[in-house]
Design a protein around this ligand. Sequence first.
Ligand code: G
Ligand code: G
Ligand code: MN
Ligand code: NA
Length: 250
Amino acid sequence: TQLEQALRNAIINDTVDVHFQPIVRLSDNRVVGFEALARWIDPDLGFVSPAVFVPLAEERGFIDTLSETLLRKAAEATLAWPRDLFLSFNLSSVQLMDLRTSYNTLSILNSVGFDPRRLEMEITETAVMTSADTARRIIKDLKDAGIRISLDDFGTGQSSLGRLRDFTFDKVKIDRAFVSAITTDRTSEHIIKAIITMCEGLDLEVVAEGIETEAEAQKLRELGCGMGQGYHFGRPADAAATLRYLAENH
Ligand code: G
Ligand code: G
Ligand code: MN
Ligand code: NA
């Protein structure tokens, strides 16, 4: 298809970009890290969402190539940030079915000169379940190298709390579907409260995603949520804009 060919060209010509969205500590709004988010503007097709082109790359078998390019770019950009800031990177479910993922990841970090302890990999529950043994192996290899693992979009999909016991996660990211309802819907508030309490007991860090208002941020602080992310704190921005953001906010 036209879209597939355009994406292949973009990968070859290295025109898929990576943007960064701040993740803050809610107690004082200090930025503690950034999530890398793929961005692609095709000359003919215009803006194409990663929600479209990531699944396409997965389906056509070039998500590993795309992801390696993005990780390299993201790690290179991160080298210019203060050293205490982490980089959070989305790992596709398809990559968790391929044992080369851990080796390829570590090779990239090594060649860029990036400390693996500054990297977090975001994975989804669905990804972990589709290929549990392989995923477990990859996660172990990444963790042995010092990379931390976040469970993304928590609360959606085929959630199973048992996953939190089977796999050694370091962090849970509460899906924005709960966060956006927190100030209007008591049920969402109770769910978030329960997630935070459970994570405390399991010694997991918690990030609330999709925070768009100060009222939401305040509610999450009251519930004891450690970290937050969302338009209220900053939209995804390119590497240059991220450096300007850091000059003002760190
Ligand atoms: O940034 P945005 O909301 O448009 O992202 C849409 C979806 O694409 C999200 O689910 C996000 O996790 C995913 N995504 C964005 N960048 C990447 C990436 O570099 N790799 C993978 N695997 N997924 C990404
Ligand atoms: O699936 P994942 O959580 O990785 O997706 C992150 C996506 O959420 C990115 O596409 C990002 O652009 C989007 N996002 C980040 N902050 C907000 C927000 O405050 N509101 C909304 N609606 N989307 C957000
Ligand atoms: Mn994510
Ligand atoms: Na998420």
